[in-house]
Design a protein around this ligand. Sequence first.
Ligand code: ADP
Length: 289
Amino acid sequence: KVAVVGSINLDVVVRLARRPEPGETVMGQWVGRFPGGKGMNQAVAAHRSGAVTRFCGQVGADPDGTFLRDALVTAGLSDADLLSDPNLPSGTAQIAALPGGENSIVVVPGANLGLSTERAVACLENAAVVLVQMEIDPGVVAAVLAAARDRGIATVLNAAPATEVGDALLSLVDVLIVNETELADLGGLERVLRRGPTHVVVTLGGDGAYCASLDARRKDVSAFVVDVLDTTGAGDAFCGVFAASIAQNLEIDEALKRASAAGAITASAMGAQDPSLSAAAIRELIDGG
Ligand code: ADP
């Protein structure tokens, strides 16, 4: 079983031709509302790939929170660990989608930052793997990782968005997943490997990913060739399916392959959570590609 503790946001996507200059108003061409947040995206991907998955997060007691709760349940996950804070707004991400696939994003975390440590830790019960990101209070992330260590639960940290991750936090991580920017922010591969994680997985967008560890040869996986439509959430699908694969006792090579396939499938559809993601779709892409 995989426990995912993390953010859940309403993604408000606006398609527009160019960014407004300071003081200027521009007209957008399209607006859509999608469930998102790294935590929810990763939990939904883990679930769709076939792993028993539990998600713990927090929304506000507002219509956006209701929308997100419904979306979680519709995706097939339980909302028993989705808390509601009466004093904070649901987290939102305002996403300006520019021509050519470029994005500008403003996240207002709201209720995500009020998630209680106790409830987050309670979600670890019976888990084989816990997966966390940096879109919630770092203190909660640290407490969850420490509690997981105590209980012999494998810990996976996706150190995103790029942020300060202290040595104390890194020492609690078994598998660290980062993109190249995030890895550079953490001081590079050698430094990170000396701080605790036994495996560091680096995603390279359209160039695939690799897994490095101190005691084994580096393992590479190429990206699968798909018609790319919207890469939002590709990294989240990768993380969710990698953690799910570890929980299913698959080897690192196979976990990398399945995660890369999930990233490619998500990049070929609009939105951060692709309903066509499934264990069968992942298998088909791997066997055919
Ligand atoms: P992030 O968005 O977190 O920076 P990446 O862009 O590195 O994450 O993407 C995560 C993974 O998704 C990649 O390692 C790759 O497997 C897959 N992926 C991303 N972009 C593409 C693409 N254009 N074609 C195929 N696979 C992709």
